[in-house]
Each structure stands twice: as structure tokens, then as C-alpha cells.
Design a protein around this ligand. Structure first.
Ligand code: HEM
Length: 333
């Protein structure tokens, strides 16, 4: 009975949430809209796409790394490219936070895009918009959905290491902690489950899920919500200690293809991170939506496009706030 109710609630959410999500968020200073650079830099989108395509052709795994950057940017002071700043002067780079250290990558690709854009139309296209476009292009290149990217964000003049540590969920956070972190960004349960579907591509290090394999509950027992033969396989390259940086596919079935197999894996108790598996074990509404996505790729794709546009609208700097950086790694002097 509970499952049937959840199912109908999910259908309701999928049908009605777009009305709330798609209207580009109004803020005190302006709106984002896809045509923002149509006059000032008509080739901007094309330039971004071609550099991303080249980077992904050179290394397939780059699509996942680039998609993740937009998330790690938006959850810290909004989508303002604060993530891209290197440490210098008063700035302590977010690249050194728990979520990013030894993990976030792809910054050289963003640099290459920025220098191509500076040649074409100097001081026009923000680094924050580059991250939003790159997330879309990477998703498409991996076989995922496309969407129109609202544009017009400007770049921050500071970064926040503490917000990066606190706001970006950690893989060992509880379901409730993760949901609270999403809600505080204006994203809801549907957005959380849908956006986590990005873990259909890319890798995680052994250190990000080791606890599940050996000592999930503080009593030297593995996580019982993890398929035990899958766990045994993972242990061969993720020992009790050492090999922290060994990489594992987040979706072992189709690691470079953006599809719904991530959700199928969750139903088979084969989600890699604790924060993945809890979507199927801790909340009946969440499990119902995981089921819907596992059975219907199209519904997943449509909602992914809506939820990522919504994420891209988190507290943008517009009008005269912030700046257009010349180099994404430094504020303008
Ligand atoms: C509950 C929220 C989330 C948690 C706890 C989480 C956690 C993680 C962790 C621990 C990794 C592996 C990092 C490593 O070991 O180096 C990872 C990778 C990744 N995450 Fe998430 N994530 C979350 C949400 C998201 C969202 C919303 C997106 C994008 C929309 C995303 C996209 C990715 C991608 C694509 C990768 C693979 C990166 C690569 O291969 O370089 N994640 N995430």
C-alpha cells in the first residue's frame, strides 16, 4: 500500500515540479537566460562545446569530472565559480576542501576554454557560466540528456573553504543529513535522487567507501545493505589500509555511459557509496522514485535536465555583482 501511494506521489512530483523548477530563479538583480551571450559572444557555446569534446575524446573519464565541478561550485556560495580560484592573498582555495582535495579535477580544461573565449570576446563570458555549459556538454557527450543552459552568472571575488567543507555532502553522511544539505540549497527530495543519478558515470576512490567494506557500524562488520559478492570484489583492490587512491566505477555496469543503470544497481544493493545506497534503503518515497528511474530512462533524463537547471540557479551573481574574471583561477586585480 505504502509503495503504491509513494508511486502516485512520485508521478505527481514528476508532473508538477517542472512548473516550480523551470522558471529561472528571480533574484534581486536579474535573471539567467539561455540567449545571454547571443550578441556579446555568439560563438561562446560552440567554443565551450568543442574544447569539452576534445578533452573527452582524449580521456573519456573527463566527462564525469567536468560534470561534478558544476555541483561543487553551486553548493558553495551559489554558482559563482568560487571553486575555480587558486589560493593567493586572502583566498584559501576550495580545491583544498575535503570533497575536492585529491579528487576534483578538470581545471586545465576550464582554463583552455577560458583562454579560447578571452581571444574571441575578452572579459565577456563568466567562469561560472563556463561550468554550467560544460556540465551540459559533458552529460550529452556521455549519452545523457540535453537542456538549454540559462546564462548570465558572474564570478565571485572570494571563495569559502568552510562552506565547501560543510555544504557539499560527504559519502558517509546519513540520508537525513544529505537531504538537509540539499533542502538548504533550495533543492528537494526529487532533485536529490535525480541529481545523484550523475553517479552513472565516473569514479570514486577506495577511501570514499572503505568503511562500508570493513567496519560500517564500528563493530568490524561490513555494510549489510551492500551485496556481499560485490563487496568481496571491491575488497580485492580496496584493502583495510593503503591503496586509498585506487579508483572504482560508480556504476560498474556502464561506467562511461550516462544512463539509468545507476538506479538498477541500487535496487541490486550495488551502489558504490553509502550515500548512493541510502536512496534505496532509508526512505520509501526515495525508493519509489529509484524504482521509477530504474524502469524508465526517459523519465530520469527529463527530470535530470530540470533538476540540474534548478541547481544552476542557486544564488547566481548578476547585474553589477561580482565580475567577469579574465583568468578563472584568480580574481581580477
Ligand atoms: C549526496 C550527494 C553527493 C555525494 C555524497 C557525492 C559524493 C561523491 C564522491 C565521494 C565521489 C567520489 C570522489 C572520489 O572518491 O574522488 C563522487 C564522484 C562524482 N560525483 Fe558525486 N556526490 C553527490 C552528488 C553529486 C551530484 C549532485 C553530482 C552532479 C550533478 C555528482 C557528480 C559526480 C560525478 C560525475 C562523480 C565522478 C567524478 C569523476 O569521475 O572524476 N555528485 N561524488
Amino acid at each position: 500500500m505504502a509503495n503504491i501511494l509513494s508511486f502516485f506521489l512520485v508521478i505527481y512530483l514528476l508532473n508538477f515540479s517542472p512548473i516550480l523548477c523551470l522558471s529561472s530563479k528571480a533574484n534581486n538583480y536579474g535573471y539567467l537566460y539561455p540567449q545571454f551571450y547571443d550578441r556579446s559572444c555568439p560563438k561562446a557555446k560552440e567554443i565551450v562545446k568543442s574544447v569539452v569534446a576534445k578533452a573527452v575524446a582524449t580521456e573519456g573519464g573527463m566527462a564525469a569530472s567536468l560534470l561534478r565541478l558544476h555541483f561543487h561550485d553551486c553548493f558553495v556560495k551559489g554558482c559563482d565559480a568560487s571553486l575555480l580560484l587558486d589560493s593567493s592573498g586572502t583566498i584559501v582555495s576550495e580545491k583544498t576542501s575535503n570533497a575536492n582535495r585529491n579528487s576534483a579535477r578538470g581545471f586545465e580544461v576550464i582554463d583552455e576554454i577560458k583562454s579560447a573565449l578571452e581571444k574571441e570576446c575578452p572579459k565577456t563570458v563568466s567562469c561560472a557560466d563556463i561550468l554550467a555549459l560544460v556540465a551540459r556538454d559533458s552529460t550529452v557527450l556521455a549519452g545523457g540528456p540535453t537542456w538549454e543552459v540559462p546564462l548570465g552568472r558572474r564570478d565571485s571575488r572570494d571563495a569559502s573553504l568552510s562552506d565547501s567543507n560543510n555544504n557539499i555532502p560527504a559519502p558517509n553522511n546519513t540520508f537525513n543529513t544529505i537531504l538537509t544539505k540539499f533542502l538548504s540549497q533550495g533543492l528537494d527530495l526529487v532533485d536529490l535522487i535525480t541529481l545523484l543519478g550523475a553517479h552513472t558515470i565516473g569514479n570514486a576512490r577506495c577511501t570514499s567507501f572503505r568503511q562500508r567494506l570493513y567496519n560500517q557500524y564500528g563493530n568490524n562488520l561490513p555494510d549489510y545493505t551492500l551485496d556481499q559478492s560485490y563487496a568481496a570484489q571491491l575488497r580485492t583492490r580496496c584493502p583495510r589500509s593503503g591503496s586509498d587512491g585506487n579508483l572504482f566505477f560508480l556504476d560498474y555496469v556502464s561506467p562511461t555511459k550516462f544512463d539509468n543503470s545507476y538506479f538498477k544497481n541500487l535496487l541490486a544493493s550495488r551502489g558504490l557509496l553509502n550515500s548512493d545506497q541510502v536512496l534505496a534503503t532509508m526512505n520509501p518515497m526515495s525508493l519509489a522514485l529509484v524504482n521509477v528511474y530504474a524502469n524508465n530512462n526517459e523519465i530520469f533524463f527529463e527530470q535530470f535536465a530540470r533538476s540540474i537547471v534548478k541547481m544552476g540557479n542557486i544564488s547566481p551573481l548578476t547585474a553589477d555583482r561580482g565580475e567577469i574574471r579574465k583568468n578563472c583561477r584568480k580574481i581580477n586585480s
